[in-house]
Design a protein around this ligand. Structure first.
Ligand SMILES: C[S@@+](CC[C@H](N)C(=O)[O-])C[C@H]1O[C@@H](n2cnc3c(N)ncnc32)[C@H](O)[C@@H]1O
Length: 384
């Protein structure tokens, strides 16, 4: 089981830079394959292969990106071309070293992390994806905080909860809500890559916690499956596409708004509402923060509550979120969180979360309910 560090925004920059550089190297190598007799093309190909090998051996992001861009077959074609031309040894060596560098951690077909966030709860397996699958393809540590909120909730109360996780990414939070007894859980995201990763996490969850497999067998069963379902446990736990911008359009333009359905991934019904809307690390630019507020408002059932947690990278993102939340008639309350309180695992380790001082507004939890709701949730919280 992989035990890599948790996701954070550095991943986004790393993936973007890796993508740009890998595409550049691929262009050079393809150019060489097209004219292997050209000395300058061969010289550039040698340099590209050397740089790719070095980057991929030092960074999983480069390795994953190179694999996603089809580098192994391009390198093989370049090797064949150089062998048939009797190319210089340094080029052959650079190409084969580069090919060998793409067999590390980033080449693993299934990257699984096992997480134990509380001694009261069993280990949960989560599938992680490549950085190129999007920000949600790695587990972000803030989600541990809400996992512990679920675990601390009376199972009799959980049994009445219907939970919507916004921006689920790898799908940890939704699986934990289900494990803690919620009657119906939807893990949603707007990104195709994240939805596929969350679906695999859900399949691992099903195999481990419902079919009783041990970790190895759970992973093996997911690897062996030709296709994975979008829902398990007779629909009690499912993965659905929900882009907050669609909800925002619906809220602003009314019910007539048409949203294109994704043919592959089932979309959350426009009118589905939940007693508990949750999410971690969702506010990382103004427009997504504002759209997220619209989804919180639209998806909250009367009497329901929303609970988000995450870093405040820029106060404008949080302000934009809160302004929109109030516009859509939500009461809001923001409380500062200590990273040690957020992402400690069952053994008290803080899992490498960045320090609060690294973010303009530290870490916060945002609690919300509808203005028309009775005051029976978090009565102690001074809602604005
Ligand atoms: C930083 S990741 C956090 C993932 C996960 N909640 C965690 O804590 O590990 C943010 C997630 O929000 C999703 N997201 C961003 N914008 C979205 C939108 N407009 N609609 C739905 N999901 C969105 C991303 O695809 C990604 O999975």
């Amino acid at each position: 089981m992989a035990d890599a560090r948790l996701g954070d925004e550095a991943d986004l920059y790393e993936a973007m830079v890796a993508n740009e550089r890998v595409e550049g190297w691929m262009d050079v190598l393809q150019d060489y394959v097209g004219r292997p007799g050209d000395a300058s093309a061969a010289c550039r190909a040698k340099r590209a292969a050397q740089e790719l090998a070095e980057a991929a051996s030092q960074s999983t992001a480069y390795e994953e990106e190179a694999i996603a861009c089809g580098a192994p077959s391009t390198l093989e074609a370049a090797l064949r071309a150089s062998l048939s031309r009797g190319a210089e040894e340094k080029l052959l060596s650079a190409l084969s070293t580069s090919l060998a560098s793409l067999c590390g951690e980033g080449a693993a077909q299934v990257r699984v992390r096992s997480v134990r966030f509380s001694s009261a709860c069993p280990t949960v397996l989560v599938r992680e994806g490549a950085l190129g699958d999007g920000l949600g393809a790695r587990l972000w540590g803030s989600s541990f905080f809400l996992c512990r909120v679920f675990a601390a909730t009376d199972p009799r109360v959980m049994a009445h909860e219907t939970v919507l996780e916004l921006g689920t990414g790898v799908g940890l939070l939704g699986c934990v809500a289900s494990l803690c007894g919620a009657s119906h859980v939807v893990m949603s995201d707007g990104e195709r890559g994240a939805l596929h990763v969350a679906r695999a996490t859900m399949a691992l969850h099903q195999a481990k916690h419902r079919d009783g497999c041990d970790d190895e067998r759970a992973v093996a069963s997911v690897c062996a499956a030709a296709t994975l379902p979008w829902e398990v446990a007779e629909g009690a736990l499912c993965v659905r596409r929900l882009d907050w911008r669609d909800d925002r359009r619906r809220m602003e333009a009314g019910e007539a708004t048409h949203v294109d359905a994704d043919v592959d991934v089932p979309t959350l019904s426009p009118d589905a509402t939940f007693t508990w809307v949750v999410g971690s690390e969702l506010l990382y630019d103004v427009s997504c923060a504002e759209a997220c507020a619209a989804s919180c408002a639209r998806r909250l059932a009367p009497g329901g509550r929303a609970h988000l947690v995450g870093a405040v990278r820029d106060r404008a993102y949080l302000d934009g979120f809160l302004e929109q939340a109030r516009r859509w008639k939500l009461r809001t309350c923001v409380r500062a969180l200590d990273p040690e309180e957020i992402a400690a695992d069952a053994d008290g380790r803080t899992l490498g979360l960045r320090r609060a001082s690294e973010y303009e507004g530290g870490y916060v939890e945002i609690l919300m309910d509808r203005r028309d709701a009775p005051h029976d949730w978090h009565v102690a919280i001074p809602f604005e």
